[in-house]
Design a binder for this molecule. Sequence first.
Ligand SMILES: Nc1ncnc2c1ncn2[C@@H]1O[C@H](COP(=O)(O)OP(=O)(O)OP(=O)(O)O)[C@@H](O)[C@H]1O
Length: 342
Amino acid sequence: MIRIQSLSKRFASFEAVRSVSLEVPKGAFLVLVGPSGCGKSTMLRMLAGLETPTAGTIAFGDEVVSDGDAGWGVEPSKRNAGLVFQSYALWPHMTVAGNVDWPLKVAGLAKAERQARVTEVLKLLGIEALGARYPNEISGGQQQRVAIARMIAPRPGILLFDEPLSNLDAKLRVEMRTELLRVHRATGATSVYVTHDQVEAMTMASHVAVLNNGEIEQFGSPHDLVRDPATAFVATFVGTPPANLIPVGPDLELVGVPTGAQAMFRPEHLRVSDKPRPGAIALEFAEASPMAGRTMITGTRGATRLTAVVDEAPDLAVGDTIYFALPSEPAAIFAASGERLK
Ligand SMILES: Nc1ncnc2c1ncn2[C@@H]1O[C@H](COP(=O)(O)OP(=O)(O)OP(=O)(O)O)[C@@H](O)[C@H]1O
């Protein structure tokens, strides 16, 4: 179990993390997701013990490991937590087996026990054939597997990942997501995983915290976030594709909703046509891409950008006028400031 209470981190006058509180049970796969600079890495570094919080606490199970109010924290090496970064940081002069063995040696385990554990984790990561190779003799994807094997070898109760897949090509990244989840389950550990990629977050997480400007916009399951976004930011950040937000105003009048509020419409609820329809919004056709047997259509005009997912796509060239028809009721309404009204 990980419990974070009123956690803040200030660098000089800049507050990178602002009073974050959340709790996940043992075995959870928590993803911290948000745009660049939102404070994800700072959160992870505080969990690892590499940064001391300015205020608030972190507990792993019953043990408080960081106390910002007291200015105190348990040493990184004594937290029962393993960390994997985007760059693999393997020791180049050691073989794959040597790299994985290293933390066990540091922990003072007997040789026979170490050998058995190295074999076991190399097998779990599917790299048992690479034990005698050096890091420069294996691919990037294999190096990342070695880094993960090295992290889990001493059986940490908490696994911390900072964008571990972002150096891999797109296909390998998708495969490694599944692999990582398998390893996470096999270890029974509680994982915290940082990414800016919402698709990664939504496919891997048991719990997601969406961060923006150092604050939690929403904390919940991937399903909760898509079905019931708490803020306009979350509505347009998660989902494939994310929902549309349209300002209530000249393009869209809604009874009882003030001008300036924003109405949310899901891409699968929009209809498109190359012919004008009453109430439809005229945009310029920007792109069409196939998506699981359907077509995702995007239209733009100035700052307005709408996405629809449809069965039948009109035959249009880029720049042609396309009409987006909205359902009569929006799926949600947000204030101009982003908070959910309905
Ligand atoms: N040591 C530091 N000193 C001063 N400011 C810092 C320090 N570390 C981080 N920051 C600032 O805190 C904010 C959050 O940084 P952080 O690295 O946590 O963001 P992030 O969400 O991980 O971003 P990215 O996805 O780009 O890595 C940023 O504005 C960053 O410039």
